[in-house]
Ligand binder design. Sequence first.
Ligand SMILES: [Zn+2]
Length: 92
Amino acid sequence: MPQIQCVRCGQTEPQLERPPLRNELGERIHREICQRCWDQWLRYQTALINHHGLDVRDKPAREFLMANMEAFLFRSGETEDIDTSQKGSISW
Ligand SMILES: [Zn+2]
């Protein structure tokens, strides 16, 4: 199984078998995110769907999940503060 340097956890880990989404974000995840971090996102996504009672057939629900996926995996958007403050620790 090919290994990649994951941009999220910083470890060299197995790569996803294929892009998880048929869009640019999916390609980026495939290039930069390891299987383990993707699995963590899937668990988090399930929690989000349950918590907010989302119907993934709804476009707004999918857009909400896409935005959260990007923030969760790449720490963009509202998680930027966490990204800069976590340099001295590995708790995340
Ligand atoms: Zn990772």
